[in-house]
Design a protein around this ligand. Structure first.
Ligand code: NAD
Length: 509
């Protein structure tokens, strides 16, 4: 199914301007790079990128603001984040519009992304009263050992196009209550939603009396990001994007002994066991594989199905794929919007050609839609491909709705296949067998940062820490105790006796 009519680029331009005006965000128009919409594949506005001098100014300003912010009591820092959360609620619809216009997300997913920002603000406000260290039993009489957590410094946030606002909020809400200031280099593909978020935070700062420069936005491409990566004033570089980006950023930050939090690509799989509830599995699989047009880091890319149920499950998935409404993401019936660009479509078609050359059989999808209505947009039919083995193309992340179906006979074989990829972000098992579920979650099961049971690989809540292992980069963001990455611990030894006792019974003098 395809929605036939698409909004025009002029309509989308007006809609974007209206949202930005309601939020109060000025647009730095210029000729450095364009804001585009994947809905038509066309340009909305020309924009001005941050210069080297502008970046230097932002670095200096956020560093100076940090010196004030780090001594502001954490619960007062929480007041800034509480106000930000209120403004996000007030502008939920405008922000969702900008996400749909720039990233192509369907309406309910765009609203869901804004909800995620609101949720992390709520979480961070609570956290602002729970930044705790431990006390440790000292081996010396009259001594106390304690661990104190201090603000870290300026945090450089580099973010990807596919969660253009939520990833910023995971980092920023938590960093701000931790006493850090933030420099944000968003994806060059999603500048408008970044302008809106920056403006709302600036408004919140004005209203609660926080320093304006607790946050600065730097628009532009990777060269702007590289300045943050190399500057020793940036205490933590939190970078979300492809493994290719992480491979470039990680060693550069390490070379200056900076801290890095990497959230990189995934190649997520679900195991479907013979006892699985297939109704539940089909729903979970289709959302995880085709939702967000396959452009989530947690998108389901590999399905590892027990041989006994493979044909039944594949038939049901093929039927579900044939019914997926593809088209205008603003249309409430659409479930699959556009890919971000024609290059993304090329990448998908290239992977499809390679997997077919390696013996893969296409079961559903693979075509392109709306080519006449929007020749510069990339509306792709989600694809289901059956493969006999995990070849090199299956082991790569192709950032598109391309699901490979593999079969297995024993759970050991399924887990081995599951873990035999370079990435380690998200995973799941569909089973009603508790022993199987527990084995999948155990130390000898999934090697990912996220492991689920009877639910797909995508759609995490903010309460848990988010991130993955191996080439996914090892970072953890968002909930649980991910806040510790944004602070520095100091170990304190306090002697409240009148004797200088040395540790390990050392005697001296
Ligand atoms: P990308 O790597 O092309 O770009 C991400 C960001 O990094 C952009 O802001 C870009 O300008 C910047 N960048 C690129 N090279 C850089 C360099 N050498 N130095 C400094 N900055 C640099 O990624 P994308 O296409 O925008 O996003 C899709 C990718 O992001 C996928 O691989 C997806 O899995 C991943 N992703 C991961 C997570 C996660 O939490 N693990 C979340 C979202 C997206």
């Amino acid at each position: 199914m395809t929605s036939t009519a698409l909004p025009t680029t002029a309509d989308l331009r007006t809609r974007a301007r209206t949202s930005l005006e309601r939020i109060g965000a000025p647009v730095p128009e210029g000729t450095d790079f364009p804001a585009r919409t994947p809905i038509t594949g066309e340009e909305l506005f020309g924009l001005t990128a941050a210069t080297a001098a502008g970046t230097e100014d932002a670095l200096r300003a956020t560093r100076e603001a940090f010196l004030i912010w780090r001594t502001t009591p954490a619960p007062r820092r929480g007041e800034l984040v509480r106000r930000l959360g209120e403004l996000l609620r007030d502008h939920k619809s405008d922000l969702a519009d900008l996400i749909t216009i720039e990233a192509g997300k369907i309406r309910s997913e765009a609203l869901g992304e804004v909800q995620e920002m609101i949720d992390i603000c709520d979480f961070a406000v609570g956290l602002s009263r729970q930044l705790y260290g431990r006390t440790i039993a000292s081996e010396r009489p009259g001594h106390r050992l304690a661990e104190t957590w201090h603000p870290l410094g300026v945090v450089g946030v580099i973010s990807a196009f596919n969660f253009p606002a939520a990833v910023w909020s995971w980092n920023t809400a938590v960093a701000l209550v931790c006493g850090d200031t933030v420099l944000w280099k968003p994806s060059e593909l999603t500048p408008l939603i970044s302008l809106a978020c920056d403006r709302l935070l600036a408004r919140a700062a004005e209203e609660v009396g926080a320093p304006r420069d607790v946050h600065r936005l730097l628009l532009g491409d990777r060269t702007v990001g590289e300045r943050l990566v190399d500057d020793p004033r940036v205490a933590l570089v939190s970078a979300t994007g492809s493994t290719r980006m992480g491979r470039a950023v990680g060693p550069r930050v390490a070379a200056r002994f900076g801290r890095c939090l990497l959230e990189l690509g995934g190649n997520n799989a679900a195991v479907v066991a013979p006892s699985a509830d297939l109704d539940l599995a089909v729903q979970g699989i289709v959302f995880a594989a085709a939702g967000t047009a396959g452009q989530r880091c947690t998108t389901l890319r590999r399905l590892i199905v027990h041989r006994d149920i493979a044909d039944t499950l594949v038939a049901r998935l093929t039927a579900a794929y044939a019914r997926l409404p593809i088209g205008d993401p603003f249309d409430e019936h659409t479930l699959v919007g556009p890919l971000i660009s024609l290059q993304a479509l090329d990448g998908m078609q290239d992977a499809l050609a390679r997997v077919q050359a390696q013996g893969g059989k296409v079961l559903a999808g693979g075509g392109r839609r709306l080519t006449d209505a929007a020749p510069r947009a990339a509306y792709a039919e989600p694809v289901l491909v059956r493969v006999d083995e995990q070849t090199d193309v299956v082991r790569e992340e192709t950032f598109a709705p391309l699901l490979y179906v593999l079969t297995y006979d024993t759970l050991d074989e399924a887990i081995a296949l599951h873990n035999d990829v370079p990435q380690g972000l998200s995973s799941s098992i569909f089973t009603r067998d508790q022993q199987e579920a527990e084995r999948f979650l155990s130390a000898e099961g999934s090697d990912c940062g996220i492991a689920n049971v009877n639910i797909g690989t995508s759609g995490a809540e903010i309460g848990g820490a988010f991130g993955g292992e191996k080439e996914t980069g090892g970072g953890r963001e968002s909930g649980s105790d991910a806040w510790r990455a944004y602070m520095r611990p100091a170990t304190n030894t306090i002697n409240y006796s009148s004797t200088l006792a040395l540790a390990q019974n050392v005697s001296f003098l």
